[in-house]
Design a protein around this ligand. Structure first.
Ligand SMILES: *Cc1c(COP(=O)(O)O)cnc(C)c1O
Length: 430
């Protein structure tokens, strides 16, 4: 780091020189890991460009329609490009899908019928999905309300427990659900290799169940996606990885044509399916975001590594660990006390370009059981491909760091959060 930069960081950002030195040292120590990330970025960048070329994305595709939204060429292009990128027969990509939770909920409720069984085989699903299924809290309209039977197989040592999966599934099992990312848990993400292995074994003893993957935060982390290795359908959020920081809102569902049709019929209405629904002029940013996504994901992963190295060397448990394979952009740090989670998040918020003067507080966020604190100073509200951190206020007080549209911004986030902890005597650096 240039000495003028250090001066600016001290004077203008109020950082301690000791903290800057520490983070610079940690950066040096992880730089050799950046090559592998760049190789994945390069491959995925070319994959995305090829999908755009193959589908003849044109400058006139960015216009949009009104009313019913019939004949929105850009919307259809966006969907065929997503299908190409994820190697699936079809895709549903809409700005009106409110979030990742909404995309996954549409997928589940579009496919499941009363008395069908849903089996989660990577342990308890993401917090908001537990409410959707109806196993946490009492909200009307859950899957269980509609007669769906829910079963769950916990992971064993971060692995899908195939033996238990085999014994639990039956002819009634309609969907087998796998969550790739860590969520608010203490496990690392499942790799594509692990997902592939599980799917191929399951296929040997059950050919009829639909395998669905919650791909939130996983896009472009590896060369392949779950749909490249046998997943039938997959869903995610556009204000995470694939939106590349530009998508204003939205979610995606990609998979087999007949399944995507069922999901589209749930989104609009049976008979309408994918043929209507406005894009409100978002097709350009959705596409430009997808174009940038492989690059931005690589920046974010480098940032996650810097967080891991900086906190591990202070004695904190980090998930994933430094040498673990990475299949999502999340970096969990077990901070053990709520004060550290809170100060960490305040530091990330203070490093943001937008809303840097806001101080985050834990609150009862809709869909979550525990109070959650969130640092999110994004250009897009709640966008967690942008520099962000959050944590549910429960033991053992993990903070989850993710995103950062540029590595430099990630580094500023690490500096500010560490500095905060240091100034409050919540860590010591020697
Ligand atoms: C983010 C996330 C979701 C969906 O969350 P939204 O905030 O609704 O977009 C679902 N599953 C996992 C694993 C996630 O990380």
């Amino acid at each position: 780091m240039n000495k003028y930069t250090i001066k600016i960081l001290c004077k203008q950002f109020g950082l301690e020189e000791k903290v800057i030195k520490y983070v610079n040292e940690k950066e040096k120590a992880i730089e050799d890991k950046f090559n592998a990330i760049d190789e994945i970025r390069e491959y995925n960048q070319f994959k995305v460009i090829k999908a755009m070329q193959d589908n003849r994305l044109g400058s006139t595709d960015f216009y949009w329609t009104t009313g019913y939204g019939y004949g929105d060429v850009g919307r259809d292009k966006v969907e065929s490009i997503y299908a190409s990128v994820f190697n699936t027969e079809d895709a549903l990509v809409r700005p009106t899908i409110a979030s990742g939770t909404h995309a996954i909920t549409l997928t589940l409720s579009g496919i499941l019928r009363p008395n069908d069984e849903l089996v989660a085989i990577s342990g308890a699903p993401y917090d908001t999905l537990q409410k959707v299924i109806g196993i946490k809290g009492k909200t009307p309209g859950t899957l269980i309300d509609y007669g769906v039977i829910y079963k769950e197989v916990p992971l064993v040592q971060n692995k899908i427990d195939i033996k238990s999966v085999k014994s639990i599934i039956s002819e009634k099992t309609k969907i087998i659900m796998i969550q790739r990312s860590t969520g608010y848990s203490d496990r690392r993400a499942l790799t594509i290799g692990e997902i592939k292995e599980a799917i191929s074994v399951i296929r040997e003893f059950n050919t009829s169940a639909i395998i669905m993957v919650d791909n939130c935060y996983g896009e472009f982390l590896e060369l392949r996606e779950p749909t490249d290795v046998g997943a039938d359908i997959m869903a995610g959020s556009l204000i995470k990885n694939p939106g590349g920081g530009l998508a204003l809102s939205g979610g995606y569902v990609v998979g087999k044509r007949n399944l995507v049709e069922m999901v589209a019929n749930r989104l609009t209405a049976p008979g309408l399916g994918k043929d209507c629904g406005l894009t409100f002029g978002t097709s350009r940013t959705t596409m430009q975001g997808l174009f940038l996504a492989p690059h931005i994901v690589a920046e974010a992963v480098k940032g996650a590594l810097l967080v891991a190295k900086s906190y591990k060397d202070l004695g904190f448990k980090v998930v994933p660990d430094l040498d673990d394979p990475r299949s999502d952009i999340i970096q969990g740090v077990e901070l053990k006390i709520p004060e550290r989670v809170s100060e960490f998040c305040k530091g990330i918020q203070a490093a943001s370009a937008v809303d840097s003067y806001v101080v985050p507080e834990a609150w009862n966020m809709p869909g979550y059981q525990d109070q959650v604190i969130m640092a999110a100073g994004g250009f897009i509200e709640g966008s967690s491909i942008e520099l962000s951190a959050d944590g549910p206020m429960r033991e053992p007080y993990y903070v989850y760091y993710q995103g950062g549209l540029t590595y430099d911004h990630c580094k500023l986030g690490v500096l500010k959060s560490l500095n905060n902890l240091y100034e409050k005597n919540l860590i010591s650096i020697d």
